[in-house]
Ligand binder design. Structure first.
Ligand SMILES: C[S@@+](CC[C@H](N)C(=O)[O-])C[C@H]1O[C@@H](n2cnc3c(N)ncnc32)[C@H](O)[C@@H]1O
Length: 256
C-alpha cells in the first residue's frame, strides 16, 4: 500500500477522534473511561477463561503498579468477597487509592524488592503496563519477587510492549517511536528474536523508562526468572491508541 494511504488514514482517524471527543459530555467521558478499564479486565478474563481459570476463583489479588487504581476499582465492584490489593512506587497515587477505594488495600513499595507481603500471599497477581517501563535488571528482580508472594498453583498475568507494539506505532504514530531511542529502523531492530531494550526517559527516574521486551526473550527467560510456566502468550492482546498495543503473558507457578 502507498505511504500516503497510511498518512491519510491516520489523519482521518485523528480528526474523527477529535470530533467525537468534543461532542461527549464530561460525565460520559468518565463513564467511557470506566468502560475502557473494564474492557481491559474483560480481555484478561477471556484469556484466563480459555485456560481454565476464572477471575472469580481468586480470593487474594494484587494489582502490581496500580497507579490510580483504575483496574482495582473495577475488581472491587465485581468481586465483593475477594481481597483486592494494589501497590505502586508512587506515594501520592497510593494515598489517593486509599481514600477513593476504602475496601481495597493499597501499599507503597520501593523501586527495588523486597515488597512487604508474605510468601505465597496471593493467588492472582497482575500488572498492566509496568513491565513496559523497567530496566532489565529491575524487571528480573521483580519477576522473582512476585513469584515469592504468589501461592503455588497461583496465576500471574503481565503485559509487555513487544516488537508488535513497534510495528503498530510505526503505522499509527511513528513520532512516538522516539521514546525508545532505537539504534536502527524498526525493520532492522526487530530481527534478533531474543532482545530486551531499555531507554531511559528522565535522569531523575533511572529505573523507570521505556522497555521493549521481545516475545522470544519472554519465552526464553521469564520461566527461569519467575519460576513459573508460561500458559499463554498473546501478541497485541490489548490495543491501546496511541501507545500501540500490549502483549499479555499468562503464567502459572507450579504446585509443588
Ligand atoms: C504506565 S503506569 C500503569 C498504571 C496502571 N497499571 C494502569 O494501567 O493504569 C505504570 C505504573 O507502574 C508503577 N511502577 C513502576 N515501577 C514500579 C515498581 N517497581 N513497583 C510498583 N509499581 C511500579 C508506576 O509508578 C506507574 O504507576
Amino acid at each position: 500500500m502507498r505511504p500516503d494511504f497510511y498518512t491519510n488514514t491516520r489523519k482521518k482517524l485523528a480528526s474523527l477522534l477529535n470530533a467525537v471527543r468534543v461532542r461527549i459530555h464530561s460525565a460520559e467521558i468518565k463513564d467511557l473511561s470506566a468502560r475502557y478499564d473494564l474492557n481491559q479486565l474483560q480481555k484478561f478474563q477471556a484469556i484466563l477463561e480459555r485456560n481454565g481459570f476464572l477471575l472469580s476463583q481468586f480470593s487474594s489479588i494484587l494489582d502490581f503498579g496500580c497507579r490510580s487504581g483504575r483496574h482495582s476499582a473495577q475488581l472491587l465492584k465485581v468481586l465483593p468477597n475477594a481481597q483486592i490489593y494494589g501497590c505502586d512506587i508512587s506515594k501520592e497515587h497510593i494515598e489517593q487509592c486509599r481514600k477513593k477505594y476504602p475496601r481495597g488495600r493499597f501499599v507503597q513499595n520501593n523501586v527495588k524488592p523486597p515488597i512487604d507481603f508474605a510468601d505465597s500471599q496471593f493467588d492472582f497477581i497482575y500488572s498492566y503496563s509496568v513491565f513496559t517501563h523497567l530496566t532489565e535488571h529491575n524487571h528480573r528482580q521483580w519477576l522473582r519477587e512476585l513469584s515469592r508472594i504468589l501461592k503455588p498453583g497461583g496465576v500471574m498475568l503481565h503485559t509487555t510492549h513487544s516488537y508488535e507494539c513497534l510495528f503498530r506505532l510505526q503505522f499509527w504514530t511513528p513520532e512516538s517511536l522516539n521514546k525508545y531511542k532505537l539504534p536502527k529502523p524498526v525493520a532492522e531492530f526487530t530481527v534478533p528474536e531474543v532482545q530486551y531494550r531499555y531507554a531511559l526517559d528522565r535522569e531523575a527516574t533511572p529505573e523507570y523508562g521505556n522497555s521493549i521486551i521481545s516475545q522470544g526473550y519472554v519465552i526464553k527467560h521469564w520461566p527461569v526468572y519467575s519460576q513459573s510456566r508460561i500458559v499463554e502468550y498473546v501478541v497485541g492482546a490489548i490495543e491501546a491508541y496511541p501507545e500501540g498495543c500490549q502483549d499479555v503473558v499468562l503464567m502459572r507457578k507450579p504446585l509443588g
